[in-house]
Design a protein around this ligand. Structure first.
Ligand SMILES: *[C@@H]1O[C@H](CO)[C@@H](O)[C@H](O)[C@H]1NC(C)=O
Ligand SMILES: *[C@@H]1O[C@H](CO)[C@@H](O)[C@H](O)[C@H]1NC(C)=O
Length: 426
């Protein structure tokens, strides 16, 4: 009798241990599980329409099936009208993709697998861009890896769009997708404490933020333990395994679109912006609420740069060589901060899988929108080039704006407090 009791006690202890072990294991995987691109695509297909599924799965099967029906109808002629067909490399790539889409052929020319996508054939690059050797090193790096589109996920938030407080209606109205870099802890914290704070605003509108990160360069200190702590604590980090670089922001945007389609399908609007801008969240929400349904479903609004041309000064960080791209830029909303509707996420993502990556991310979104036939709409509340110097500290000027370029974490907190002060009379 006694033996049986000891035996059952041992079984109980063993099962408790197993349960405990499994639950910690599960916690571990939630935070550190590396989701491969294949798996992510697999997950993405669960969320998307039939036609998308066909496209996505044909992409997975080595791009052999000519299934691009969602794109056939969506590549608008205005893209061709804006971007000339000429000898420059990117222009040639674009027109070859468009031709292939029309004839139903495979629009891809390269292997999309992460480990195999880098172009090392110097002769090929030299043949296509006669002065390739004189491109700045970073630009050369961009060109070599511009077909790399599926970096492994380092930190994921599969439920990143739900309320992390777990109460009330979980549907998120506005998602802030904030481009950050691993080292910018202070800026992220300032955003969390001010305009990006998760919460429910007027009329029950829920706001959630996620920060988009790449990985640090190899010779930088390893911040991954800090980041994984931050991710556990705040649940608002997304990180992919590609090097942070201005020229990799298009890749970051592309990865974000994929994540949003999967993890945030119910969101009404997405704000994409930098971690050093100031956003007046209540004014932004009032603006979004005031929109008519037809406009709200195809919104692409911000500070519109309508007549830009590529910068041809090799010393500029926005330099684009003539042999790479030749032509004006389409009208685009400045990447410091702009808004898009949920309805545009899927078509933008589909297009970004076929339109060759462009080194400047906001120009790229402008190009994809052009292809969709959606034009960037200007709104005077978006000041991505900042207000006049003498108004930098003027709270009344800031009270009605939606976005202001470049504020330090301290300025962000001062401004947020100031514009919310009941003592402020303007
Ligand atoms: C909201 O989320 C919490 C946890 O994230 C969940 O328990 C709850 O059922 C959700 N509520 C609704 C209305 O979906
Ligand atoms: C972009 O990320 C990839 C993957 O980490 C890297 O190989 C490439 O050098 C980066 N591009 C630039 C321009 O830094």
């Amino acid at each position: 009798m006694r033996r049986i009791r000891i035996f059952s006690a041992m079984i109980l202890v063993a099962s408790l241990f197993l349960i405990f072990f499994y639950s910690t294991l599960h916690l571990e995987t939630t935070y550190t599980h590396r989701v491969g691109p294949e798996e992510l695509l697999e997950q993405a297909t669960l969320q998307v329409h039939d036609s998308d599924v066909k496209t996505l799965s044909s992409m997975r099967e080595g791009f052999t099936t000519p299934q691009h029906d969602i794109l056939n109808g969506t590549v608008s002629n205005s893209l061709r009208e804006t971007i000339p067909q000429n000898e420059a490399y990117w222009n040639r790539l674009l027109y070859s993709v468009l031709r292939n889409l029309e004839t139903g052929e495979n629009p891809f020319r390269h292997d999309s697998r992460w480990s195999r996508c880098r172009e090392t054939n110097q002769e090929l690059l030299q043949t296509n861009m006669h002065d390739f050797a004189s491109y700045p090193v970073l630009f050369q790096t961009f060109v070599k890896s511009m077909n790399c589109r599926s970096p492994p996920v380092l930190i994921n938030q599969p439920n990143g769009c739900m309320s992390r407080e777990g109460k009330g209606n979980n549907r998120t109205f506005l998602l802030f997708a904030i481009k950050s870099t691993p080292g910018n802890f202070e800026r992220r914290q300032a955003v969390r404490e001010t305009w990006g704070r998760e919460g429910v605003y007027q009329s029950g509108l829920r706001v959630v933020s996620v920060f988009l990160l790449g990985s640090s360069p190899l010779d930088d200190p390893d911040l991954s333990p800090l980041l994984s702590f931050e991710a556990k604590h705040f649940g608002d980090l997304l990180q992919w395994d590609f090097h942070e670089s201005l020229l990799n922001l298009t890749l970051k945007t592309n990865m974000f679109l994929l994540w949003a389609l999967k993890s945030c399908p119910q969101v009404s609007f997405v704000f994409s912006g930098d971690d050093d801008v100031f956003v007046n969240t209540p004014v932004l929400l009032r603006y979004l609420q005031s929109l008519e349904a037809s406009k709200a479903s195809r919104l692409y609004v911000g500070h519109v740069i309508s007549t830009a041309n590529p910068v041809r000064d090799p010393k500029s960080k926005y330099y684009v060589p003539l042999s790479f791209y030749d032509g004006p830029y389409p009208a685009y909303a400045g990447g410091g901060g702009f808004l898009i509707s949920r309805g545009l996420l899927r078509p933008l993502h589909s297009l970004s899988r076929v339109i060759p990556f462009f080194p400047i991310d906001d120009v790229y979104i402008g190009m994809c929108s052009k292809a969709l036939g959606v034009s960037a709409e200007a709104h005077a509340g978006f000041q991505t080039f900042d207000v006049n110097e003498q108004d930098r500290e003027n709270l009344c000027v800031h009270k009605d704006l939606i976005l202001i370029h470049q504020r330090s974490p301290q300025e962000m907190k001062r401004l947020w407090k100031g514009i919310h002060s009941p003592l402020l009379t303007c």
